[in-house]
Design a protein around this ligand. Structure first.
Ligand code: ADP
Length: 339
């Protein structure tokens, strides 16, 4: 069990590309932190730095208050699970699970106990004799997790571990990993480009863009008070509507200073009778509908959970349900502004 501190970490690759710029993050013992951001923003680089697989160009990394910049990966007591399971194809599940302990020359009897304990935790008991080729994607992923757990590391690192799974299994594995982390009480750092995964899994989320942290906070804090337009647009599906002052006035008959942008979540809008906006697309999701509306060249999205019938081409009006839930941003800096 361990806390981590990343102090002013900068990473410049050999080709002089700066992948990480002044990254500061403190992770508490037993915390589940998710790093999220678009592809190429530096998430994997940070994980690889923590694991010791990449050198740090500037800054310091602490594990339990000990600076580990120069500590070998094998001495860091960290386990990493990747997107590609990298199981040994010729070994069965039992031997895949046991391998890490065998090379550490752990006693055979203890290895056997641990393999059975871990396979019970992960529901792998009936699969111990199978080779990886005889397993489904979800089962392989559980074996990969098991191989990491069996070592009882101080810190778990996971790099997009669910992206090879189909949608249903991904949702199932998401909750299994959350339960597992709570049960094992291990510090977990999880990387994903999927904002839903970040929102549902993390105690705290770190949102990154171009190697720079944009915001750190709980899922609620980030959803409710995004620090800039990028974060506002990245978190939440469908995306937040960002309107200029003119658009805000034209679509919603509300006034705001000219130098501001207004962020309105689709669930904070209501379609009412009127004739100034046209419905252009209706996505029916069963329990709710995502309705896209257009006026001039502005498109706005509404999440609608009422029963009322709508049709494409229909003219309606819009109303903000709760003005306290609006977000405001400076038009030039795109940073949030409190008003
Ligand atoms: P993410 O995990 O967010 O997709 P990465 O951490 O893998 O992003 O990469 C961050 C940036 O650093 C990307 O632009 C990537 O192309 C670049 N990068 C990654 N590894 C190397 C490397 N070994 N040499 C040069 N550039 C690299």
């Amino acid at each position: 069990m361990a806390g981590l501190k990343l102090n002013n970490i900068t990473k410049v690759y050999d080709n002089s590309y700066k992948a990480i710029d002044d990254f500061n993050l403190e992770i508490k013992d037993k915390e589940f932190v998710v790093l999220v951001g678009p592809s190429g923003c530096g998430k994997s680089t940070i994980l690889r730095i923590i694991a010791g697989l990449e050198d740090i160009t500037e800054g310091k990394l602490f594990i339990d208050d000990k600076c580990v910049n120069d500590l070998d990966p094998k001495d860091r007591d960290i386990a990493m699970v990747f997107q590609n399971y990298a199981l040994y194809p010729h070994k069965n599940v039992y031997d895949n699970l046991a391998f890490g302990l065998k090379i550490r020359k752990v006693d055979k009897k203890i290895i056997d106990e641990k393999v059975h304990e871990v396979s019970k935790t992960l529901n792998l008991e009936d699969l111990l004799d199978r080779k990886p080729a005889q397993l489904s994607g979800g089962q392989k992923q559980r074996v990969a997790l098991g191989r990491a757990i069996i070592r009882e590391p101080k810190v778990f690192l996971m790099d997009e571990p669910l992206s090879n799974l189909d949608a249903k299994l991904r949702v199932q594995m998401r909750s299994e990993i959350i339960k597992l982390q709570k049960r094992l009480k291990t510090t977990m750092i999880y990387v994903t480009h999927d904002q839903t995964e970040a929102m549902t899994m993390g105690d705290r989320i770190v949102i990154m863009k171009d190697g720079v942290i944009q915001q750190i906070g709980t899922p609620n804090e980030i959803y409710r008070n995004p620090k800039n337009v990028f974060v506002a647009g990245f978190i939440g599906t469908p995306s937040i509507n960002i309107l200029s002052a003119q658009e805000f006035k034209s679509l919603l008959k509300l006034e705001v200073e000219e130098n501001l942008l207004v962020g309105i979540r689709p669930e904070n809008l209501e379609i009412i009778d009127g004739d100034d906006i046209v419905i252009s697309v209706i996505e029916n999701l069963g329990s709710e509908r995502i309705i896209h509306l257009e006026k001039d060249s502005t498109v706005i999205t509404v999440k609608c959970s009422e029963d009322r019938e709508f049709f494409v081409g229909e003219k309606v009006s819009l109303r903000v349900k709760n003005e306290d839930m609006l977000n405001y941003f400076d038009k030039n800096t795109e940073k949030s502004v409190l008003i």
